[in-house]
Write a protein that binds this ligand. Structure first.
Ligand code: DC
Length: 224
């Protein structure tokens, strides 16, 4: 039987980089479910479909094909109708569209089997917002990875400054707070810790310590 680690938490808690490293250490596949919402967002943008237009969205979901593949070097690759869109889904516009489209129940339902099948066929660390609560309620390990809004905004600020961008810490902090509000207050699959999850707070931890912390939780749960 395969093993599933459900990893949920707010944006900017470092889930993807921490989970990628932990998955490598365990020989598991790292599945980034945000990429799926981003891909549907991209498909909607290309087809000029508004996320709220139910009929157009139904038609779009019938017509598109979203697939995940994995390569040793590049990790997860997401395909939209056979085209690799892994880079194109990372723009700020795609983030915004993903955020809107992820609140639509039929989009969440559409992606459910794809996510569950990944976990049936592979040992996975699956990163998202509702993995422990909705997608894989029977996951052997559930982790809620979080950090204070200030710590998350501070890390993001540092990243952007290092990339040479001119940004203000206060603006990033208010974005983080707004996104947290949206994620936790939407009607469908809101972000919240599963009852049987272990919370790991990385506010005071650096990257290596965070990886160690989640590996400890995983190994404890799997071995007990
Ligand atoms: O993790 P991310 O930033 O790539 O996610 C993109 C958007 O998709 C974000 O607004 C939250 C949403 N999302 C979700 O609702 N459920 C998931 N399992 C993963 C992401």
């Amino acid at each position: 039987m395969s093993t599933a680690v459900a990893l949920d938490g707010p944006a900017g808690a470092g889930k993807s980089s921490i989970a990628k490293r932990a998955a490598k250490a365990l020989g598991f596949i790292y599945v980034d479910t945000g990429a799926l919402y981003r891909t549907i967002g991209l498909a909607a943008t290309r087809a000029q479909v508004e996320p709220v237009d139910s009929l157009q969205l139904d038609k779009l979901l019938e017509e598109i094909k979203v697939e995940l593949t994995f390569s040793k070097d590049a990790g997860q690759i997401v395909l939209l109708n056979g085209e690799d869109v892994s880079d194109e889904i990372r723009t700020p516009e795609a983030s915004m569209m993903a955020s809107k489209i992820s609140a639509v129940p039929k989009v969440r339902a559409y992606l459910l089997d794809l996510q569950r099948n990944m976990a049936k066929e592979n040992n996975v660390i699956m990163d998202g917002r509702d993995i422990g609560t909705v997608v894989l309620p029977d996951a052997q390990v559930k982790i809620f990875l979080t950090a204070s809004p200030e710590a998350r905004a501070g890390r993001r600020y540092k990243e952007l400054i290092e990339k040479g961008m001119s940004v203000k810490y206060e603006d990033i902090l208010s974005d983080v707070i707004e996104r947290d509000y949206n994620d936790t207050h939407r009607d469908v699959a809101p972000l919240k810790p599963a009852e049987d999850s272990v919370t790991v707070d990385t506010t005071e931890l650096d990257f290596e310590q965070s990886v160690e912390a989640i590996l400890d939780v995983i190994q404890n749960r799997i071995n007990n």
